[in-house]
Structures are given as C-alpha cells and as structure tokens.
Design a protein around this ligand. Structure first.
Ligand code: C2E
Ligand code: MG
Length: 558
C-alpha cells in the first residue's frame, strides 16, 4: 500500500475515532502524528484542523516530550503494550497527569504507536491533597507531628554520614488556655494562625516549623553555621509570641516558653531528642515562662531526681505520712514576749537523703498534685498536736495549688471537726504572690474560710504584688512582713522606713501586722516601736519538734 493509500484508509477511521470520548493519537516510527481524534485535539488545545505530521516535541516542553518519545520507542522496539504515566504541562500552563495505554500496530506495513490517553489529574491531585492533609495541621497549614518526625528522621540519617550543628526546639504558648476559655475557640484558632504566620516569617528556607496540636509547636533547624545566633533566634520567637495579638479588634496577650536541644550527630534518636527538648521546655516554664532553656545533662538528672522524689512522696503519703515531720516555730505577742501561737513547718525525714526542708520537696508535691494530701496531713497533724495547748493559735502555710480546690473550705472545716479544733484558732498563711494570682474561685474559698472564723494571713509581705485594694476587699486579718526587710532594718534606713510604712498602713486598715525573721534585740525593739503586734524569728525561737515544744515555750526570752 502506498503512503497516500495508507493515509486515505486512516482518514476513513477518523469518524470512528472522533466518536470515542478518550483522547487517541497514532504516531509513526518518526514520531509524527498520523491520526488524532477530536478528544485529543481538545485535550491538547489544538485547532480543529491541526496538521497531521505534528510531533509531540512541537507542543510540549522538551523534557516531557523526551520521556513520551522514549516510551514510544520502547513499544516500537519490543512490540509489547505499555501503560505509561506521563506528566505534561497543558497549553494553559497547568500540570496534568496522564495514563497512556500504548500499543504497536502496523498500518500499510509501517509500525506505529497508538496511544489511548486517560486524564488522571483529578485523581493525582486528590491523592496529593490527602497526602498534604495527612502531613499538615489543617488549622495553620504548618507541618504536623508526622511530617516533623519524618524531617527529623531524614536529618538524623544525614548526620550519620556527616556531623553538622542542628537544633530542635519545643514551644508551648503561655496562657493560651485562658484565651480559649475566656474568648472562645474561634479566638484561640485565630491566635494560633497568626502566631504561625509571624513565626514563619522568621525562618530560613529548609527550617521546619510544625504544630503538634493545641498550643504545642516544634522547630527543626538544620545545618547551623557557627555564626547562627540560637539565642537571637529564640529571643525573636519569644518576641513574636509576646507581641499583642489583635483578636476581634481586642489586644490579647500570651507568650511562649521554649525548650532547646542542640545536636550534631545521630547518637540520640528522634524520641530521645524530643524528650530532651521537652525537659528543657519544662525547665523554661519552671523558671517563670516567657523564656527559653537549653537542655543539658544536669536538667535530665534533676528531672530523674524529681520523678523519684515524687514516687517516694506518693508512697509516704499513701502510708499515712510516715517520715513526714512538723516543726513548730512559736510567735510572740507584744505583751512581754508571750507566746501566742506557733507556725507549723513541714519536714521530710527521707530514708535516702536525710532531713529535707520544704523547699526541697514542696515543688514536687505541687506539680504532681500531691500537695492536697500533704497539706491535709500537715493540718491534721498540727491540729492534733496543738490540742495540748488550747490557748495557742496555729498558723499553717498553704500553697497556691491547694487553694485551687473549689471544695477547699469544706475540706478544711471537715478536717477541723475531725480533730476537734476550733476554727478561730487556725490561721492560714498564704504568700503575697499567691494572693495576687488568685482568681474568683480562690477568693470565694478564702471568704468562705473566713466566715467559719479561720484567719487569713499574708505571708512574706512586701515581696509580691498585692494591692491595698486586694487586702481590703479580702478583709485579710494579718500581714507578715517578709524577713528580707527585717534583716535590713539595722543596715538600711530605707528598709526601716518601709517596715514603718507597712506597719502604719496595716494599722490604718485594721489589719494585724506581724514580722518574721527577727534575729536580734535591735530588730525586736524597732518592730515594737513601729507597732508590730506579733514577732517571730530565731531571736525568740527556732522551729522545734513537738517533743521540744513544751520546753521551748517555757523558755521564751522576756
Ligand atoms: P515561711 O512561711 O516564710 O516560713 C518561715 C521560714 O523562715 C521557715 O523556713 C523558718 O525556719 C525560717 N525562719 C524563721 N525564723 C527565721 C529567722 O529568724 N531567720 C531566718 N533566716 N529564717 C527564719 P522553712 O521551715 O525552711 O520553711 C520555708 C518555707 O516553706 C516557709 O516559709 C513556707 O512558705 C513553706 N512551708 C513550710 N511548711 C509548709 C507547709 O506545710 N505547707 C506549705 N504550703 N508551705 C510550707
Ligand atoms: Mg509562713
């Protein structure tokens, strides 16, 4: 058959091919198009009478055309059918994915390739979208935990070949929960998105910034050059979080805490690095939030120590508090140094570590939720002991975490009833900072306690931020001037003046004024002249055990 006969018979096929919905094209061994149907023309945006003899390389970018032609060559050479996935840029500039079924045929003795095209762009786009969803946080569009883990694994794999400085940062927003609770989840969502945008603007290409969920974020900073200022970077991120967010036209203030772990090899795996960053983050929060902390071994040691202490304290409390002890430090009234009450101070005779002071285990008790049980033990034990001294008042320190219990007043009153202790004899000491941070629940509980006759005393006065309004609205019974002022009385005129002023304010507000940490006769005299009604300190008594209390009280300096 001559080639004109061939084309004539092919032309006869045209109406049949045009009836097919799928694009079909037939190319000869020199890659010239000898036949194409209407669907193919439309698909390739070709004019209705596009010239035959066109090559794929005439309409597609060269790299794409080369791959298609190579597939055609294979089919021509092998004679085997093939399914080929092709990526092409259509004339509109949009990337499309095609699945072509190719078959070698012979027309007029000439080998040709017929390609039947299926457009699978929608499928591939849907797949890409679900892959995106699986690896990104839908709220902020940031990588999620899974993608972060993958990037970290990749970085660790690279570090096995070559050491370079990397940093992993774990970040929590401070006070985010309050935003959600008070302004609603929409406001919280908006804040998270805005924070994501602010931080993204501070990153280098290649850095990973991910949201793990809630207010938890993480960074992976790779290939850090020696002049990369990690400190500066953290400071910038903290600034981005601390700057007010405008939510619904209102300024909203949060902040962030960051834990950093630096690494340059793959010795610690992914899980360990994340754990270390979290330990450093915990430290940053412990130090007061709004800051960053860098992981070092001692932190880990500290965490292990706290975890062990917590387990041991839990066991001790479950066993009825065996090992816990109280010391009692008397305080004296104005009248000739007469003991009017004692303050209970907790100790722990630890089987491994010896006698521990409150500073060594109260933090652990507060963080682990054991403080309530510990505080109950202190109250019950002290009330029982003080049954022997019915004329003395009892002061017990209570921490912030204990005050948060919405059933606190009931709890204390029940405890007093059990030990048959008159509420009027009990004084709860809370630190000034605790009061300053008190919310409506805490204030409500404090009022309920006062209505039962229990006295509220503000400990360490002068070191916190309580306002006079606070004191008046709470009808505090007593303020205890912090011992740091008392120590300075003899050395600094300012301290003396401060103590005098506090004392005068207290008297004007009809609040009893006490002083703690009195160590010398001169301090005692000064405090008496400015009108402090109760004094406590080593000058009078050190804290003593229950066994020594009777003797100590009998020997007060007059
Ligand atoms: P705080 O309530 O201010 O107790 C006074 C602390 O100062 C006691 O230390 C006491 O031993 C010490 N101190 C007393 N007089 C003097 C003095 O003249 N000079 C000096 N330098 N120090 C003096 P301690 O027993 O180590 O207690 C420390 C803190 O632990 C207490 O401070 C209190 O806030 C807290 N704490 C003690 N027991 C409990 C408790 O049962 N529950 C709670 N939540 N906190 C407690
Ligand atoms: Mg106290």
């Amino acid at each position: 058959m001559s080639s004109s006969d061939t084309f004539a018979s092919l032309a006869a096929l045209q109406p049949i091919l045009d009836a097919l919905a799928s694009p079909v094209v037939v190319e000869d061994s020199r890659h010239r198009c000898v036949l194409m149907n209407r669907a193919f023309r439309q698909f390739m945006h070709l004019p209705p009478h596009a010239p035959l003899g066109l090559r794929v390389s005439d309409v597609l970018p060269q790299a794409q055309a080369r791959r298609i032609l190579a597939a055609n060559e294979r089919v021509l050479a092998s004679g085997e059918d093939c399914r080929n996935e092709e990526e092409i840029t259509d004339p509109g500039g949009r990337l499309r994915w095609l699945l072509t079924h190719k078959r070698r045929i012979e027309i007029g003795g000439e080998p040709m390739v017929v390609s039947v095209v299926t457009d699978i762009t929608a499928l591939r786009e849907a797949e890409a979208h679900s892959r995106y969803l699986a690896l990104h946080d839908p709220l902020t569009g940031l990588p999620n935990r899974a993608l972060f883990a993958d990037r970290l694994d990749q970085a660790l794999a690279r570090l096995q070949r070559k050491r370079t400085a990397h940093a992993l940062l774990s970040l929590d927003l401070d006070r985010f929960k309050q935003v959600n609770d008070t302004l609603g989840h929409h406001a919280g969502d908006e804040l998270l998105r805005e924070f994501g945008r602010r931080v993204a603007a501070l990153l280098r290409p290649g850095d990973t910034f991910a949201r793990f969920g809630g207010d938890e974020f993480a960074f992976l900073l790779g290939e850090l050059s020696p002049d990369f200022g990690l400190d500066r970077f953290c400071a910038r991120i903290l600034d981005a979080a601390a700057e007010p967010f405008s939510i619904g036209g209102h300024p909203v203030f949060v902040g962030a805490s960051i834990g950093v772990v630096c690494f340059e090899d793959a010795n610690a795996g992914r899980g360990e690095l994340l754990r270390r960053a979290d330990i450093a983050l915990y430290q940053a929060k412990l130090e007061g939030r709004g800051r960053y902390s860098i992981f070092h071994e001692a932190l880990d040691e500290g965490r292990r120590h706290r975890a062990r202490l917590e387990a041991e304290l839990r066991e001790t409390l479950a066993g009825g508090g065996r090992g816990l002890e109280l010391r009692y430090q008397p305080f004296v009234g104005k009248a000739e140094g007469q003991v009017v009450g004692v303050e209970a101070l907790v100790r722990w005779m630890h089987p491994r570590l010896g006698l521990l002071g409150p500073a060594q285990f109260l933090g652990v008790a507060e963080e682990s939720g054991l403080i309530a049980a510990l505080q109950d033990w202190v109250l019950a034990t002290a009330c029982t002991t003080l049954a022997r001294w019915p004329a003395l008042r009892l002061a017990v320190n209570v921490s912030r975490a204990y005050l948060r219990d919405p059933q606190l007043a009931n709890r204390v009153v029940t405890l007093l009833a059990k030990t048959d202790f008159a509420p009027q004899r009990l004084e709860l000491e809370l630190s000034e900072t605790t009061l300053a941070a008190a919310d409506a629940t805490v204030l409500g509980q404090l009022r309920a306690l006062r209505q039962q006759g229990i006295r509220i005393s503000l400990d360490n006065f002068g070191t916190g931020y309580s306002t006079l309004a606070h004191i008046r609205s709470l009808e505090i019974d007593k303020i205890k001037i912090d011992r740091s002022f008392i120590h300075q009385i003899e050395r600094s005129e300012d301290s003396g003046a401060m103590v005098r002023a506090i004392s005068h304010i207290g008297q004007a507000m009809h609040v009893e004024v006490a002083a703690e940490g009195v160590e010398t006769l001169a301090q005692r005299r000064f405090l008496e002249t400015v009108g402090c009604s109760e004094l406590q300190g080593f000058y009078f008594f050190e804290p003593v055990s229950e066994a020594d209390l009777a003797q100590a009280i009998g020997s007060a300096p007059r």
